[in-house]
Structures are given as C-alpha cells and as structure tokens.
Ligand binder design. Structure first.
Ligand SMILES: [Zn+2]
Length: 242
C-alpha cells in the first residue's frame, strides 16, 4: 500500500514537472502571449502597410547596401541592432537614423535571454540603450529578444521599462541563404496588411555575408510596391492599429 502511494506521488510529481517544462517552453516561443507587458507580431490594420525589420547588425558593408536599396524605393525599415555592433559601426547607425529608419534594441551581445539572471538581462538591455544614447539618439526603443526567446524575467524587465516586445509574422528564413528569389517569394506570398517581416543585415552565429538579403529586399520591394504596399517603421505601423 505504502509502495503504491509512493509510486503515485512520484509519478504525479514527474508529470507536474513535465507540464511546467512544457508550459515554460511554450511561453518562450509563443508569438501570441507573454506574461507581462506588450508584445506584437503584427498590427491589425486594413492599410496596405508592412514593416521590414533587420536583425543582428549593423554589419558593414551590407547595412549600407541595404540602406541604398531602401532609399531607392523610399521605403522605411527598422533595425534591431546588437549593442556591440552599434559600437563598432557608429557611422552606419547614424546614417540609418538620419534617413528616417528606426533603431531597435536587440540586446548587447545576442545571448539567449532565458535561463539567465535578471541582472544579466538588465545589463544586456541597458548597455545597448547606453550605446544608443551615447550616439545622441533616443534610447527608449522597442526590443526584440535574441532568437525571439522570452519566458518570465525578460517580459517582466521589458514591462518595467515600458518597452514593447516586437516579434514577426513573416519569416522568409534569409539566414539559410536559399537565394534572393526564394527569400523574396516567401515575403511576397506571406505578407498581408500590418505584417512584420523578419530579416537579417548581420548574423551572430552564421554567415555574415548578407548580400542575399540585400538582393531579396530589392526584389520584394519591387513586387510589393506594385501591389500598392507601403513600407513603414515599427512605430509608424503601430500607429495604424485599428
Ligand atoms: Zn538576432
């Protein structure tokens, strides 16, 4: 009898641990829900407007190449930049802001911000804000979690700082370098009014040559502009929320 009781207790606590682990993993990668603060992966609007976003830069010369393409189409974008890279590429950072694009915070060193202390999370956010304000720009920017991962501590800290957590609803997987046409087709087929597109002008754990992303951006801009789309920064897109 005692043996049976012990067996039941052990198996039910093992089940509970499994359930908690499942819930935490779901929270880490959910695009629809987080425990604290505001998170968006798209904006509800009927206007044909999208936000192109570029992560992990700035990264010379690809960020400059991208800015040339965006300028050609009079398109605005948002760059979720890594603090370390802003520090080593201040000129292109100044250029992107001067040309009307938006700068977002993508942590300082692109660590996963799950299973990590609150102190580390704070310093990863704060150091990037400091680099941005050292350049003379507004530091209270939107935030995108490295790898899109968040559980409890990161959303909590972002909520304290009134930072919105920005995810995406269109992921053309440009980091796999499948060719500019494949990347552009994936964008054109999946975009709808209010979409947020994830791309990379830098690459923390992979190929830093982002020429496919630059070429794909040009192709996608050509096609989507013909369909009547406008290209806005994240803040401009959020202002269209119906
Ligand atoms: Zn990233």
């Amino acid at each position: 009898m005692n043996f049976l009781l012990a067996f039941l207790l052990i198996s039910s606590s093992a089940l509970l641990i499994l359930l908690i682990r499942y819930a935490l993993n779901w929270l880490a990668t959910s695009y629809k829900y987080q425990l604290f603060g505001k998170m968006i992966s798209r904006v509800n609007t009927n206007e044909k407007a999208v936000a192109l976003t570029y992560d992990d830069g700035p990264n010379s010369p690809y960020t400059d190449d991208l800015l040339d393409v965006l300028q050609e189409f009079d398109a605005k974008a948002t760059f979720f930049a890594v603090g370390e890279s802003i520090k080593s590429n201040p000129d292109v950072t100044r250029r992107l802001i001067a040309e009307g694009h938006e700068l977002g915070n993508h942590s300082y060193s692109h660590k996963q911000l799950v299973n990590i202390s609150l102190d580390t999370i704070r310093s990863e956010i704060q150091k990037t804000d400091d680099v941005i304000s050292d350049l003379g720009f507004k530091a209270n920017t939107h935030f995108r979690a490295p790898y899109g991962l968040k559980r409890i501590r990161l959303p909590w800290e972002l909520a304290q700082r009134k930072k919105v957590s920005i995810l995406w609803d269109v992921d053309p997987k440009d980091f796999e370098n499948p060719g500019p046409e494949t990347i552009a087709d994936s964008i054109v087929q999946n975009v709808k009014p209010g979409s947020i597109v994830l791309m990379h002008d830098g690459m923390q754990d992979g190929d830093r040559n982002r020429s496919q992303t630059v070429a794909a951006t040009k192709l996608a801009l050509q096609q989507l502009q013909q369909e009547g789309y406008q290209f806005k920064t994240i803040s401009e897109l959020m202002a269209l929320e119906a």
